[in-house]
Design a protein around this ligand. Structure first.
Ligand code: CP
Length: 308
């Protein structure tokens, strides 16, 4: 039962609950009109202390398509945070006006802190370089729609695995399903943090490899998850400039991949996928964008405990 709960970390959802969310999202895709009024008189509060296009707008669109309404802010500067109000007071305040909250904040652990004080269900829409569990739901919906399963997949995660919160969440979640193997493709300086590895894999796990060259492994992959080098989390510009173009996926590399490999990317992209790849039928990142709205509709419904 998800009603009344928070979603802070990928561990907050069991495998069974993930399948329930996927089933509901797929039913919404099939029959959207059946859901157009289920959140009448409900309000979503969006608290975005960090920039966003997809996450904020897909949450807002999700609530509006369910017949609910939305309040919120899209930058800290337009809230009383700019006057020094604490996160806890802000969460209590917006939670007095809304029935459910979606929050993005640049500080790792901020969603956990907020969840301890919220009066209404709180959804982590990204906390610094830590987790982004609703992006994972977006990724999962795209995987199940295209691969038909969450099991026995060879999954390549490529790019900024150090700061990439979408990678940390997806890795933890996909490792709950049996038979998956992970290819962690990054420069040495952008490897997955050891705390994420320790929280994800048991001692002695042999279902992952860490490599630096995409070309070495691309032919083995069922899913290639590309990521942007996260400029905003670097401490110095020179390191970012040196690492930003570590991986650029173009038609030549795509020619080395399986015919049914799919390419995912949480977006925004910078240089890491050439525009020429967009017309390749294996490129699914814009399908992912739309799935984000449907899966957030399903999540809002489940956390509010409303049905069609
Ligand atoms: N994928 C994602 O989180 O995109 P935004 O930063 O635009 O929300």
């Amino acid at each position: 039962m998800l009603k009344g709960r928070n979603l802070v970390s990928p561990d907050d959802l069991s495998v069974e609950e993930l399948y329930e969310l996927m089933d509901l999202a797929r039913d919404i895709i099939k029959s959207p009109d059946d859901y157009s009024n289920v959140c009448k008189n409900k309000i979503l509060g969006t608290l975005f202390f960090e920039p966003s296009t997809r996450t904020r707008l897909s949450f807002e669109s999700a609530m509006l398509r369910l017949g609910g309404q939305v309040i919120g802010f899209s930058e800290a500067a337009s809230s009383s945070t700019a006057k020094g109000e604490s996160l806890i007071d802000t969460i209590r305040t917006v939670g007095s006006y809304a029935d459910i909250l979606a929050m993005r904040n640049p500080k790792e652990g901020s969603a956990m802190l907020a969840s301890e004080y919220t009066y209404v269900p709180l959804i982590n829409a990204g906390d610094g370089g830590h987790y982004h569990p609703t992006q994972t739901l977006t990724d999962l919906l795209t995987i199940i729609e295209n691969k038909g399963t969450f099991e026995n997949l060879n999954i390549g995660l490529c790019g900024d695995l150090k700061f990439g919160r979408t990678v940390h969440s997806l890795l933890k979640t996909m490792n709950k399903f049996k038979g998956n193997k992970f290819y962690l493709i990054s420069p040495d300086e952008l490897r997955i943090p050891s705390y994420v590895m320790e929280l994800t894999f048991e001692d002695g796990a042999d279902n992952f490899v860490e490599v630096e060259r995409l070309e070495e492994v691309i032919h083995d992959l069922d899913i290639l998850y590309m990521t942007r080098v996260q400029k905003e989390r670097f401490f110095n510009e020179a390191d970012y400039v040196r690492l930003k173009d570590s991986y650029i996926l173009g038609p030549e590399k795509m020619s080395m991949a399986k015919d049914d490999m799919i390419v995912l990317h949480p977006l925004p992209r910078v240089n890491e996928i050439e525009v020429a790849v967009d017309s390749d039928p294996r490129a699914k990142y814009f399908e992912q964008v739309k799935n984000g709205m449907y899966v957030r509709m399903a999540l809002i419904m489940k956390l509010l405990g409303v049905c069609k």
